[in-house]
Design a protein around this ligand. Structure first.
Ligand code: BDR
Ligand code: CA
Length: 310
């Protein structure tokens, strides 16, 4: 039986790759996408989510629009300087044909989890605002989801938004802290592993040999994203593998090494958005979460390539 997943996403170049991998993987059944602000404004990421299910011939998959702003802080910097004004590398794709469902992302998550108790895996690969809102509306869902697998955080490594914070957590630290504290089975796929897995130019060239709509779109939207990695990290045309790594974890968790530890998110001051692991249980009681610290990078890359090129 495929795992039922809801991808909560801010597409987004790497979100696009992750969603295409998911839609092409028999191990998972994408039962919905929920969108959130982050890499681009909320109205843009919602339309991109619709575009992506249509691109892959899954226009029947419901897409619910989520939050345009963080829970507490005012909307600050979006990721348009990384992903383009349209979240699609400034390629301005045509409007999607389909419509969003008539529910907010938080409502969709709650109803779907309650209709499938113990079965749904939530896979947030953007700011955690929708999950925070869902927990606020219905804390009972924490005991009903099968698992939560987030792309976010930098537990034992430097950040990418600030020296200590990763972008998805930084964009809504209050929601992220609620998610860490909720007591549901949670795994963090953060920069600790996504910065160890690089899609080199050689990997990209091999990928682009395939001829299907997903690969053609990825090839088109990638240059803008690569510019960011060249400028910020000197990667010479390579990119780190963020959101697709979370999907790889859902599909093949054995490719990752995890350690269990309580994690807190800093919500104020210079270190806002930092994911702090309480390794020696010195702070107040908080449930442990699994943090990915090791990864079989060739295994993850082979999985992604296989799914996108078949
Ligand atoms: C995360 O931030 C966004 O730019 C990416 O889509 C990814 O989810 C990486 O820090
Ligand atoms: Ca993302």
């Amino acid at each position: 039986m495929p795992k039922k997943i809801i991808i909560d996403t801010d597409p987004g170049v790497d979100d696009t790759i992750a969603i295409c991998v998911a839609l092409r993987s028999p191990e998972v059944q994408v039962i919905g996408l929920t969108s959130v602000f982050g890499n681009a404004p909320g109205e843009v990421t919602a339309q991109n989510a619709l575009r992506l299910v249509e691109l892959e011939g899954h226009g029947d998959i419901p897409v619910a629009r989520g939050s345009d702003v963080p829970l507490v802080f005012p909307l600050e910097r979006l990721g348009t300087w990384v992903h383009g004004e349209d979240g699609m590398g400034n390629t301005h794709p045509p409007a999607p044909r389909g419509k969003l469902v008539d529910q907010t992302a938080a409502e969709f998550i709650i109803d779907t989890v309650r209709a499938n108790p113990g079965e749904v895996i939530l896979v947030p690969v953007g700011p955690l605002t929708n999950l925070g809102l869902a927990l606020r509306l219905d804390p009972g869902i924490a005991g009903l989801v099968k698992e939560v697998v987030i792309m976010g955080g930098a537990v034992a490594c430097p950040g990418n938004m600030t020296p200590v914070s990763e972008a998805n957590i930084y964009h809504d630290p209050h929601a992220a802290d609620m998610v860490m504290a909720a007591g549901w089975p949670l795994t963090i796929v953060g920069l600790d592993v996504t910065h160890k897995t690089m899609m080199t130019t050689q990997f990209q060239q091999e990928l682009f040999k395939a001829d299907n709509p997903a690969v053609r779109l990825i090839e088109k939207i990638l240059p803008c994203y690569k510019n960011y990695f060249n400028g910020a990290f000197g990667l010479n045309g390579a990119i780190y593998t963020h959101d697709p790594s979370a999907l790889a974890y859902v599909i093949r968790p054995e490719l990752f090494e995890t350690q269990s530890v309580p994690v807190f998110v800093e919500t104020a001051g210079r270190c806002v958005g930092q994911t702090v692991a309480d390794w020696h249980h010195q702070w107040e009681e908080r449930p442990e979460v699994k943090v990915c610290l090791g990864v079989d990078s060739p295994g993850v890359l082979a999985l992604i390539k296989e799914r996108l090129t078949k």
